[in-house]
Design a protein around this ligand. Structure first.
Ligand code: DAH
Length: 334
């Protein structure tokens, strides 16, 4: 112990206390904390060394010095325990474990970007009066094709373009439009539903294609619905999802289950048009298949690709990222 220590041992204790405190507080890992703790409180540690002061100190300062050392020891012990809790480490001997405390380092998972996109899509559609429904992923040909006015000769029914099940008249649905039929078979009119879900097509996998992807189907059936209702609904939907800047374009097209039909494109300021899905007025042939009077009722429908929406939404360049389960990708979008 130096001369100053002998002259003012309380000041030495105070200075050592400051140092030990700072080191414990600065510990960023269980290991750093363990070494800070033992440097302060261990057998060869600072406090033990300070005890030597008791022997050399003047008789009249000894009681105060004893109290100060004791207080510092208790304080540092507590501080180390608190720090251990904060670090989530119950390093052996640092704290006695209190099993009633909640864990401090529970690492939380996060929702998959597609799940988040789907929830957001559904939330916006609900705000526009659509209720949520779904249908089976394993479908029969009636719901996937026949009732949707897709005749047996249509190329969309080719075995090479679908996942038909062997030996039974079912397939993995190739579109969520199947849910239009299931809804009209079971629900009262008027109706407004949306149906997010998975669909399957034996496409070559690349940056924009996958054999499994998601769509959200929309269907409204009421008296007097027109293309204006369809376009207004889609515009409000995209604005709700992407903000007021987004532009919508309907491009004339053909789908067997809608007439007229259109492709749905969206554009953000300064970017190009992107095709997001298809839409149209429900074809009277579809109404006929489910026994709805097309003279009284009219309807509009749309089917949008959820991955396409999510890729725009989250700037994801490659559709394969969604199914690779690489946590580095998932964490970036968490
Ligand atoms: N089912 C179509 C597809 O998978 C998309 C689609 C087009 C859905 C027009 C619709 C619609 O509801 O009206 O390519």
């Amino acid at each position: 112990m130096d001369a100053a220590g002998v002259n003012d041992p309380l000041a030495v204790v105070a200075a050592a206390g400051d140092e030990c405190r700072a080191r414990i507080r600065a510990a960023e890992s269980a290991e750093a904390l363990a070494s800070a703790r033992s440097a302060a409180l261990g057998r060869e540690g600072r406090l033990q060394a300070l005890m030597e002061l008791l022997k050399s100190a003047a008789r009249e300062v000894r009681p105060a010095l004893g109290v100060a050392l004791n207080a510092l020891k208790n304080e540092l012990t507590e501080l180390a325990a608190e720090r251990a809790l904060a670090l989530g480490s119950v390093a052996s001997g640092v704290v006695s474990e209190d099993i009633t405390l909640p864990p401090t380092t529970l690492s939380r998972g996060s929702l998959h970007p597609l799940t988040r996109t789907e929830r957001r899509v559904v939330q916006v559609l609900k705000g526009l009066g659509f209720s949520v429904t779904d249908g089976p992923e394993v479908e029969d040909e009636f719901h996937n094709f026949v009732a949707l006015n897709i005749p047996p000769s249509h190329p969309a029914r080719e075995p090479a373009d679908n996942f038909y099940l062997a030996g039974v008249p079912y397939l993995l649905r190739s579109q969520t439009s199947t849910v239009q039929i299931r809804t009209m078979e079971t629900q009262q009119l008027p109706l407004r539903v949306c149906a997010p879900g998975r669909v399957f097509r034996p496409d070559e996998v690349d940056a924009t294609h996958h054999y499994m992807f998601h769509q959200v189907e929309g269907l409204a059936v009421d008296e007097g619905l027109s293309m204006a209702d369809l376009k207004g609904t889609l515009l409000l939907f995209f604005r709700g999802l992407f903000g007021a800047d987004v532009e919508l374009r309907l491009r004339p097209s053909f789908f067997p289950f809608t007439e007229p039909s259109a492709e749905v494109d969206v554009r953000f300021p300064g970017r190009g048009w992107v095709e997001i899905g298809g839409c149209g007025m429900v074809n009277p042939a579809v109404f006929a298949a489910v026994g709805i009077d097309a003279n009284r009722w009219s309807g509009f429908a749309f089917g949008l690709g959820l991955e396409r929406l999510a890729m725009r939404h989250c700037s994801v360049p490659d559709i394969r990222h969604f199914t690779e389960n690489d946590v580095r990708f998932l964490r970036q979008l968490a």
